[in-house]
Write a protein that binds this ligand. Structure first.
Ligand code: HXC
Length: 257
């Protein structure tokens, strides 16, 4: 598939999607988001891929939704066309997706990073929800996912002021899993993705689904859901292989089944 605004690459079992609209700091226009969804879906459906990385440029992961595209939208356009509802599809991948963020991750850029399963940040990363400066508010999950990630106080601080937060603060408050030097970001993200992808795919997908369930349900229901998936994994070849390999003091050879 030929894309105009993204680049895609395979590195072993890792699928990499790079936002590539440098002149606009990867501003997330509708066609760009459609391409991202399409590329992630293709990797998600590819049996040879175990983990995906979504990244941008050195200067910007993404500086937000495309302001020039949306500045003249009417309420009827936005509501009637359910503007940006398609973005949610990024969060529906079943395999793990890592956001590798350098530079700006603002507004919709921060929201897309939060749709991924974990964020690895360059020391140059800057996160924020600056929509308040434009007379609007976050619209692609920012008030929800940021609040769950960092708590109400910090989410209010960021969303109501529109200020940016550096990588270190983002790690301290739990938005970011790891910080790495900017020139090592992609390598580190690929290594992390390859490490994840070495595991059995059914167990990765079940674990991802179960962690995400923590955001959707009560503790007792979540723990119940987790236990049922845990039980189900005993039906896999890879459970037998993983546990046999441990007992035999060798590395497991998973077959994703
Ligand atoms: C469209 C954008 C853009 C955006 C940057 N550009 N961000 N175009 N939409 N979100 C364009 C600029 O217009 C400019 O194009 C080029 O990218 C470079 O940007 P500069 O501003 O010249 O760079 P710099 O001075 O380094 O400032 C970087 C910046 C600033 C601080 C990131 O660009 C900025 O504040 N951008 C907007 C950030 C923002 O408000 N994001 C939230 C958007 S709302 P030209 O052609 O002039 O060179 C949003 C809603 C989400 O995301 C909710 C629903 C999806």
């Amino acid at each position: 598939m030929d894309y105009e605004m993204i680049l895609t690459e395979r590195d072993g079992a890792v699928g990499i999607v790079t936002l590539n609209r440098p002149k606009a700091l990867n501003a997330l226009s509708t066609p760009l988001v459609d391409e991202v969804v399409d590329a992630l879906r293709a990797f998600d459906a590819d049996p040879g891929i175990g983990c995906m990385v979504l990244t941008g440029s050195e200067r910007a992961f993404a500086a937000g939704a495309d302001i020039k595209e949306m500045k003249d939208l009417s309420f009827a356009d936005a509501f009637g066309g359910d503007f940006i509802s398609s973005w949610d599809r990024i969060a529906t991948m079943r395999k793990p997706v890592i956001a590798a963020v350098a530079g700006f991750a603002l507004g919709g850029g921060c929201e897309v990073a939060m749709m991924c399963d974990l964020i690895i940040a360059a020391d140059t990363a800057k996160f924020g929800q600056p929509e308040i400066n434009l007379g609007v508010m976050p619209g692609a999950g920012g008030t929800q996912r940021l609040t769950r990630a960092v708590g109400k106080a910090k989410a209010m601080d960021l969303i109501l002021t529109g200020r940016m937060m550096e990588a270190e603060e983002a790690e301290r408050c739990g938005l970011v899993a790891r910080i790495v030097p900017a020139d090592r970001l992609l390598e580190e993200a690929k290594t992390l993705a390859a490490t994840i992808a070495r595991h059995s795919l059914p167990s990765l997908m079940a674990a991802k689904e179960s962690v995400n369930r923590a955001y959707e349900t009560t503790l007792s229901e979540g723990v119940h859901f987790e236990r049922r998936l845990f039980h189900a994994l005993f039906a896999t070849h890879d459970q037998k292989e993983g546990m046999a390999a441990f007992a035999e003091k060798r590395s497991p050879e998973f077959q994703n089944r």
